[in-house]
Design a binder for this molecule. Structure first.
Ligand code: NAG
Ligand code: NAG
Length: 297
């Protein structure tokens, strides 16, 4: 069929639609009452008195807890009748123009008028798509080389720690639910490795700027040295040197290689809690994680 230009009929239809829209707009703020065209009351107000020949519609503001959302000639404002239920927070409080609006609190999403708990991803699974106030979390199994050790609505699968990159040795390979366990000290390592590791540990403690009082408690915990003995050998030595000397004496008394665990025990006994924390973070990080993972099951 040949396409024709817009016919006169089309023009007429367009004009009729245009007029209807304009009329509709006009009537948004007016209405007919007993043959008169009267103003409606604006949102936030309601009608107190109909218009007459002499005066227009009389409006008044809504009282507390009441609202009108549209241009109206309601005798009363509407009551704010939405109350937030369990697991919901008020998103917008009731005001003169709007009913109260509720939303699901964090960790919940809107489902059939109720707030349902977001799905949590178990260890071995990470969040693929985070939940929104209107949809649940989507989980996926961690791919090879990735893990998630927590039950969470936000945690994604993380890449296994690359032990070699950190200059550490891989102790236990990671799985979908736990990280690679790296360690600086290899019980089965060569003599030299062990010494290097011990040196690193002792140096780490010596560099902590403990202060004399704490060095004394360390001496007590390591060698059962009294303060008086320690003061005698103090000799204006640098604190770092003093600590290395204590470790040296202690090391001679040990039959086996010094482990991080053994040192942590001593430091705990000496109440050097800050150093223990730092040392655990640096040398036992992955092992601590592994312990937490075991507890999660
Ligand atoms: C009333 O609340 C609505 C949201 O529910 C908001 O958009 C509007 O600005 C509020 N009006 C006043 C006057 O605060
Ligand atoms: C770990 O890091 C090293 C050195 O950057 C790299 O050669 C190796 O491929 C990495 N291993 C993994 C499993 O990504």
């Amino acid at each position: 069929m040949k396409r024709s230009k817009a016919s006169p009929l089309t023009f007429v239809i367009v004009i009729i639609i245009y007029i209807s829209i304009e009329k509709c707009k006009a009537s948004a703020s007016t209405f007919q009452h007993e043959g008169l065209t009267c103003s409606r009351c604006p949102p936030g107000q309601h009608m107190v008195q109909h218009c007459t020949k002499d005066h227009d519609t009389q409006c008044a503001p809504c009282s507390a807890s009441h609202y009108t959302q549209y241009w109206n000639y309601l005798k009363k404002c509407q009551y704010c009748n939405i109350f937030c239920k369990e697991n919901q927070n008020v998103k917008h409080e009731c005001n003169a123009t709007h009913n109260r609006v509720c939303e699901c609190k964090d960790g919940y999403f809107w489902e059939y008028e109720f707030c349902t708990k977001q799905k949590t991803c178990l260890p071995g699974y990470g969040v693929k798509t985070a939940g929104t106030p209107y949809s649940s979390t989507i989980c996926r199994k961690c791919a090879r080389g990735f893990f998630s050790s927590v039950t969470s609505t936000i945690a994604q699968c993380k890449r296994h720690t690359n032990c070699t990159e950190l200059g550490l040795k891989l102790d236990i390979p990671g799985t979908a639910w736990h990280d690679n366990l790296c360690s600086p000290c290899q019980p089965s390592g060569s003599e030299e490795d062990t010494t290097e590791c011990e040196k690193a540990l002792f140096n780490f403690v010596a560099r902590q700027k403990l202060g004399q009082r704490k060095v004394f408690s360390l001496g007590k915990a390591l060698l059962n040295e009294t303060k008086r003995n320690l003061l005698q050998t103090w000799n204006d030595k640098e604190e770092q040197q003093q600590i290395m000397l204590l470790f040296h004496k202690w090391k001679i008394q040990q039959s086996a290689d010094v482990t991080v665990e053994a040192l942590v025990k001593i430091l705990t006994a000496a109440k050097l809690n800050k150093v223990v924390k730092k040392m655990s973070r640096k040398f036992l990080r992955q092992k601590v994680n592994a312990m937490q993972e075991k507890c999660a099951f």
